[in-house]
Design a protein around this ligand. Structure first.
Ligand SMILES: C[S@@+](CC[C@H](N)C(=O)[O-])C[C@H]1O[C@@H](n2cnc3c(N)ncnc32)[C@H](O)[C@@H]1O
Length: 253
């Protein structure tokens, strides 16, 4: 992945932040006007419109993907939001602390955080980790966070298979949403972020080892989000919550 990307900057106001980002990722730093369709990189990171964006060649000039920090469509804006959707049922109403070991775009982490769970995040892709940190910095600036003196979820960067082995305290729940190979063509615009993630990161082929590490490290339960066509990751689950195209498998200790 490290050869696939570059950091681009549009003007000098974001030059020093862009330089620091390029150094952290060991990616080249390029000026936006110098980029051409022949540039060898497939993806780009760029500070634009007050946030860090992941871009491809189509979205270089406009658009791009960010860690969205606002409630998803249909989600209540109150804090804590009600624990009523399938994800909350799988995580459990009595669960307090949870680790999202596959944070990605942080949409599940943030939905759970808004429901009032104590959320710790793990992400192994340094690029995704930069996007998540940027999202959490924007989250910290929200009035509802400041008024309640809430801290954003914490982020550990590295492979969860190793990091879960070194926890000082077992969380009530470990949540896993690794990348599975797609069965159907993904067309919905909302899935574009996942398609791009798959392009740059590939499938998570070590997901069975991740489940084993989560099972060892959890206090009470492991929850796995799977496409509906995939075999349960940890064998027969204790409970399953079936959605339209996905399933949450719950493994109780
Ligand atoms: C399908 S995405 C998760 C999407 C996320 N649930 C959301 O709501 O945006 C999977 C993510 O998990 C990360 N991941 C997979 N296996 C991991 C591991 N062993 N350790 C840390 N991160 C991992 C991948 O890098 C990827 O960013």
């Amino acid at each position: 992945m490290s050869e696939k990307g570059a950091v681009v900057y549009a003007d000098d106001s974001v030059l020093s932040a862009s330089q620091a980002l390029a150094e952290r990722l060991a990616w080249p730093l390029l000026a936006l006007p110098d980029l051409s369709a022949e540039s060898p990189q497939a993806c780009f990171l760029c500070y634009r419109d007050g946030c860090l964006k992941l871009l491809d060649k189509q979205t270089l000039k406009k658009g791009g993907l960010i860690v969205e920090i606002d409630p998803r469509p249909g989600e209540q804006h109150s804090y804590p939001a009600p624990k009523k959707d399938l994800l909350a049922q799988a995580i459990g109403k009595k669960t307090k602390s949870l680790i999202d070991a596959t944070t990605g775009w942080a949409q599940d982490s943030l939905a759970l955080f808004r429901m009032g769970y104590e959320v710790q995040c793990i992400e192994r892709s340094p690029v995704m980790a930069e996007l998540i940190k940027d999202g959490f910095q924007r989250l910290a600036q929200k009035d509802w966070m400041k008024n309640r003196q809430l801290q954003t979820p914490t982020l550990m960067v590295g492979n969860a298979i190793e990091l879960l082995g070194g926890l000082s305290e077992a969380p009530d729940c470990i949540y896993l949403d690794p990348m599975f190979p797609p069965k159907r063509k993904q067309t919905a615009a909302t899935r574009k972020s996942m398609a791009i993630l798959r392009d740059i990161l590939g499938d998570d082929l070590d997901r069975a080892d991740l489940f084993a590490a989560a099972w060892r490290a959890t206090g009470k339960r492991v929850v796995v989000k799977s496409p509906d066509y995939a075999e349960p990751l940890g064998g027969k689950p204790s409970e399953s919550y079936q959605g339209k195209l996905l399933r949450y498998d719950v493994y109780l200790k």
